[in-house]
Design a protein around this ligand. Structure first.
Ligand code: ARG
Length: 470
């Protein structure tokens, strides 16, 4: 059959000339990507519009041809958006589906669109455009979550809780300080995301199959039209590079690692054993058998999603490992892990941005917990150092006092002065100021410390850093 008799979308005629038999039906299905890469249709059309306009500019297409192609592409975009587009597996991928439909719609001129390009540079361009858009949305979600965390931290600058090492009571900290630690993790994650965006923002369009093209194309023009900073430098690298997908997944893995840590703490804090917070009901579920249950499903699921995103990172690293230059069909496998990583990150951030700022702290319970576990023992040791003892000696003295407290089931602050003086005669009445939780946190009064005024100042700086974001 000639092209005149068969609509382009009915068979895959993109390479028919070289072949003497049709692709096996199973192979067609096995090699097709349209079921998942149709997600790139907007970017694919955007790239094609820029390519066609450039071809007209340099005289490869006439103005009229360019206009027909552009109008046809816009009509297809509208059809797809309206759900009126029938995707065909025979046409393998989003690129050939759209191109074939274009030729069906506008006739032979549609076949000129693919002049001076290849699906290899086309797909590389599409994914970069797509990921760039997604990154901008994810960036905004991280900022939203950070703003919520920082504001909550500011309001909890005086709330005292136990700080932990080894999940054992260590020293009192303020809840606001703990929350600002989360913010620091997210601040670095955001930086990694922006780094990734910056590196990906170059246009591979024009690299064609692998070596460039013989047409007098203007890669700077297409790069600018698509909002890229510049064209990529090397055509072989352009069509084979998937670093940006790996970098995104690396960012996503670290972000989800952080979110899994926050989740773990939320889950612990919401338990009957800790009772540090209440989670809003709308983020929890009940049990069909145990009427008392309020399960922290959302943080648990976020914790679990970290595993899935780590898997995508490993998939992409393994996909690219040992691939010879330039494009290989293996690369088609980049999309599903990347798409799912993006979706997972977006959903987790969305849940967190709504949930975390709305957790209800139970300050009385936190305070009570900080009073248990001898959290001011270090403060007593530091007090004795100020009284002239060497730190190792004061550590020993306080260790004996704590052992006594454990035996008596009383906190250091509940001892009488005479009792304390049994352990060291350097102890005087003013010791009780350092043994209070308030005194303990207020004393850590330097940048990065847990003192309430430091927490407020840190929250102010953190909010100002968000304002600087584009
Ligand atoms: N569907 C392909 C992909 O996602 C598009 C590029 C195909 N190029 C090729 N020469 N077969 O990677």
């Amino acid at each position: 059959m000639t092209d005149q008799q068969t609509p382009a979308s009915a068979t895959n005629s993109a390479w028919g000339g070289r072949f003497s038999e049709a692709v096996d039906a199973f192979v067609a299905r096995f090699t097709a990507s349209v079921n998942f890469d149709q997600r790139l249709y907007r970017q694919d059309i955007r790239g094609s519009l820029a390519h066609a306009a450039m071809l007209a500019e340099v005289g490869v297409l006439s103005r009229d041809e360019c206009e027909q192609i552009s109008a046809g592409l816009r009509a297809i975009e509208a059809q797809i958006a309206a759900g009126d587009f029938e995707w065909s597996e025979t046409l393998e991928d989003v690129h050939m589906n759209i191109e074939a439909r274009l030729t069906d719609a506008i006739g032979a001129v549609g076949k000129k669109l693919h002049t001076g390009r290849s699906r290899n540079d086309q797909v590389a361009t599409d994914i970069r455009l797509w990921l760039r858009d997604e990154i901008d949305q994810i960036s905004a979600l991280i900022t939203l979550l950070q703003a919520g965390i920082i504001k909550l931290a500011e309001s909890q600058a005086e709330t005292i809780m136990p700080g932990f090492t080894h999940l054992q009571t260590a020293q009192p900290v303020t809840f606001g300080h703990h929350l600002l630690a989360w913010n620091e993790m997210l601040q670095r994650d955001h930086g990694r995301l922006i780094d990734c965006r910056q590196r990906l923002n170059q246009s591979p369009l024009g690299a064609a199959a692998l070596a460039g093209t013989t047409y007098p194309i203007d890669r700077h023009a297409t790069a600018a039209a698509l909002g890229f900073e510049r064209p990529t430098e090397n055509s072989l690298d352009s069509v084979s590079d998937r670093d940006f997908a790996i970098e995104f997944c690396a960012f996503a893995s670290i972000l989800l690692t952080h979110m899994s840590r926050m989740s773990e703490e939320l889950i612990l804090w919401a338990s009957a054993q800790f009772q540090f917070i209440d989670l809003p009901d709308r983020f929890c579920t009940g049990s069909s058998i145990m009427p008392q249950k309020k399960n922290p499903d959302v943080p648990e699921l976020v914790r679990g999603k970290a595993g899935r995103v780590n898997g995508h990172l490993i998939s992409l690293l393994t996909l690219m490992k040992s691939q010879p230059l330039a494009y290989n069909k293996d690369n088609q496998e980049d999309k599903e892990p990347l798409f799912d990583a993006v979706d997972t990150v977006r959903d987790c951030l969305r849940a967190f941005a709504d949930m975390v700022p709305n957790i209800q702290p139970r300050s009385a319970e936190m305070y009570e917990a900080a009073r248990r576990g001898f959290s001011t023992a270090t403060d007593l040791a530091d007090y004795l150092v100020r009284r002239g003892l060497a730190f190792r000696d004061s550590h020993e003295v306080v260790g004996r006092a704590v052992a006594f407290g454990v035996e008596q089931q009383r906190d250091l602050s509940e001892f009488t002065l005479a009792e304390l003086q049994q352990f060291s005669d350097a102890i005087e009445q003013d010791v009780f100021e350092v043994l209070t939780l308030e005194g303990s946190v207020a004393a850590r009064d330097h940048i990065g410390g847990t003192a309430p005024n430091q927490v407020r100042a840190a929250a102010g700086r953190a909010l100002a850093a968000l304002d600087g974001r584009g």
